[in-house]
Design a protein around this ligand. Structure first.
Ligand code: PEP
Ligand code: MN
Length: 656
């Protein structure tokens, strides 16, 4: 049983709860869990849960139906996000939530040169953490056993040189203590999953742990092993499916893909997959890795070796660096389909910029002000915001889109998140117009979010009880086929999709439903009556991140170090412009010719009527920024000469 204590509990009330439970035969363990303090109570005691729930300082009581309690989703419904390698100077790497985190490296550390070379290669391809064994639990005592402590030192150096936290296997409780300061995350290997003394020791050290599933263990045994770690003191456990033993002999193990959604339902802990040990054959690793991501894995750990044929262990399953590069590109393309984003380490040559941006981003995001978005909790814009700034970013909700611009301008928000384009419904003209009305606001980043609409209603509602449906007009348009099947429903437009959900939560009517994202249903405690009702599954909304302009109108905030690293680092490579041209033959052609001659790619060109000026048009233009900045600067200067009303909306990093 778990007793969640209220955040403001007094020490007196805490003591009274302790005495109450002890008197009734429970032994207690106090732990902090996320930002909550809890008592884990075990034993044969008997207690009236309602009476316990009424004691001062008790937030709620969870009597779980599972043998694992701390690991159970019944105890904690939100996803746990584990941060690895955070320190005073590093923000650390997150695992869990809406991101895909990829760990890569060799099976074993073989030499300083080998781990350095591999680290640089996998980082270049976008891996954010480095793996490698210094203590190898090999099936044969005559096989390479690893370099031990020296290997770990090489690994630490390689991780530091490339800005990647490291994860390495620990094989005994004694070694765990020695390794504590040399690794960012402990790995419990498959063979040791039920080494309970090891679990207790490693858990007590409080560091993040990657817990591999035993080759012959059930999901429940695996979660009980996680429970050992959590009950011993660490809060940061990541589960890793690495294949189980079956009758199949064509692969080294059998990747239990179904375990991913099952475990994600049972537990709040992140689940990653090791396709390398699961299949054991190089050519099969990438397909298995992509399947794992499609099934909902929060990340991967992949074996990569610069020369797999020379590897001292697991060469046949280690990817060549170029195969890993290809896999990362495929994951990046797949990620939006499952509503996630691939975490990427910025390129090493920009390391200096990264440090500056990381620092200023946390200052800006946490110190200077919240991030503004329009709508209610659970809005698509809020999901985009969390992708860009992290789940814990402070938020400011505005009632309208101009409200976001006002908040950014008057400094009550550090950044704003604004939808500008949907892949099916086109540009959000209202918001493009705002850029013209607010010239002191600039685009500093972009983000694309897959939109999956649900029909959301009260707990007691069902499709037959519904007579009214509320949503943003775009929500109706994108779910037309579904709505056409229910011609009797009255459609009521709202400012945003999440506003519609909030109105149902307030009114509690069973005849009204909303079209919005699942997150909005969760945020307002409502039920998803139908999932995935959008007509076309290739439905993406592009959001831009806005900030107040500082300095020169065309000086990108990215270069000024005012952009969070999640929006990209290095030089800006995309710019958004709006202009009109004179009403004479060839005037638009003249502009496009300038771009063409400079070799500048055009990724968007859209015209729309200028209000109040019949038959005159504004052009929305997105262009790539070439590597040579002077070429771009002179292009902009030439364009200004050829256009009438020229607005430089901002320069930023393009997202896939
Ligand atoms: C490893 O990751 O190198 C390893 C030995 O994996 P497992 O414990 O899953 O076999
Ligand atoms: Mn291995």
């Amino acid at each position: 049983m778990i007793v969640v204590l209220s955040k403001s509990i007094s020490s007196h009330d805490k003591e009274m709860i302790r005495i109450y439970l002890k008197d009734r035969g429970f032994s207690l363990r106090e732990q902090s869990f996320g930002d909550e303090a809890i008592f884990g109570a075990s034993g044969k005691g008997v207690v009236d849960l309602r009476e316990l729930g009424l004691l001062p300082g008790v937030e709620r009581v969870a009597a779980t139906s599972k043998p694992y309690e701390l690991a159970s989703r019944e105890t904690k419904s939100e996803d746990t996000i584990v941060t690895v390698g955070a320190s005073a100077s590093q923000t650390g790497v997150k695992i869990g939530g809406s991101r895909i985190t990829v760990i890569a490296g060799p099976c074993a550390v073989e030499s300083r040169e080998q781990i350095m070379e591999t680290a640089a290669q996998v980082r270049e391809s976008g891996a954010v953490m480095l793996r490698g064994g210094a203590y190898k639990p090999r099936t044969s005592p005559y096989a390479f056993q690893g370099l031990g402590l020296q290997g770990l030192e090489f690994m630490k150096a390689a991780g530091e040189a490339n800005g990647m936290p490291i994860v390495t296997e620990v094989v005994s409780p004694e070694l765990a203590v020695q390794m504590k300061d040399l690794t960012d995350m402990f790995q419990i290997g498959a063979r040791n999953m039920q080494n309970f003394e090891l679990l207790k020791k490693v858990g007590s050290l409080g560091k993040p742990v990657l817990l591999k599933r035993g080759p012959s263990s059930t999901i429940e045994e695996w979660l009980m092993a996680a429970e050992y770690l959590l009950a011993s003191g660490t809060q940061d456990v990541v589960l890793c499916e690495r294949g189980i033993r079956t009758f199949e002999t064509y692969t080294r193990n059998t990747l239990d893909i179904s375990a991913i959604p099952v475990v994600k339902g049972l537990s709040h802990l992140p689940v990653i997959v090791d396709p390398s040990h699961a299949v054991g054959i190089r050519a099969k690793v990438s397909p298995a890795a992509l399947a794992a991501i499609a099934a909902g894995a929060d990340g991967l750990t992949v074996e990569v070796h610069p020369r797999p044929d020379e590897a001292l262990s697991d060469g046949p399953q280690s990817l060549y660096p170029e195969q890993f590069e290809r896999l990362m590109r495929d994951i990046e393309a797949l990620a939006p389909v499952v509503g996630k984003e691939l975490l990427r380490t910025p390129k090493p040559q920009h390391a200096a910029t990264v440090t500056v941006t990381a620092k200023s981003a946390s200052q800006t995001a946490n110190g200077e002000g919240p991030i503004a978005y329009c709508g209610e909790s659970g809005a698509y814009a809020e999901q985009a915001l969390m992708r860009a700034f992290g789940e814990e970013a402070r938020r400011l909700q505005t009632a309208s889109f101009p409200g976001i611009f006002d908040a950014v301008l008057d400094g009550s928000a550090a950044f704003g998140v604004v939808p500008v384009e949907n892949s099916l419904a086109g540009s959000v003209h209202e918001n493009y117009d705002l850029f013209l009305r607010y010239p002191d606001v600039a685009i500093v980043g972009e983000l694309k979010l897959r939109i999956v609409h649900c029909l959301i209603g009260d707990e007691k509602a069902n499709l037959d009880s519904i007579t009214i449906v509320r949503s943003h007009p775009q929500g109706f348009a994108q779910c037309k086929e579904f709505l056409d099947k229910h011609p009797g429903w009255i459609l009521e437009p709202t400012t945003t999709t999440a506003t519609a959900v909030a109105s149902i939560a307030r009114e509690g009517a069973i005849k009204v439903a909303a079209i919005a994202g699942e997150a909005a249903a969760r945020a307002h405690g409502l039920k998803v009556l139908r999932d995935g009702i959008e007509t076309n599954p290739l439905n993406y909304t592009r959001f831009v991140i806005i900030a107040r302009r500082v300095g020169d109108k065309e000086e990108p905030a990215l270069r000024q170090g005012r952009v969070p690293p999640s929006l990209g680092s290095g030089k800006p490579n995309k710019a958004s412009l709006v202009f009109s041209v004179s009403d004479e033959p060839g005037s638009l052609f003249a502009c496009l010719k300038i771009l063409s001659e400079k070799g500048i790619n055009l990724s968007k060109l859209e015209s729309r009527p200028i209000q109040g000026q019949p038959w005159e048009y504004l052009f929305y233009v997105d262009v790539s920024i070439p590597d040579t900045e002077t070429v771009f600067d002179s292009t902009i200067a030439e364009l200004k000469n050829k256009t009438r009303d020229f607005h430089f909306l901002g320069a930023y990093r393009a997202m896939l």
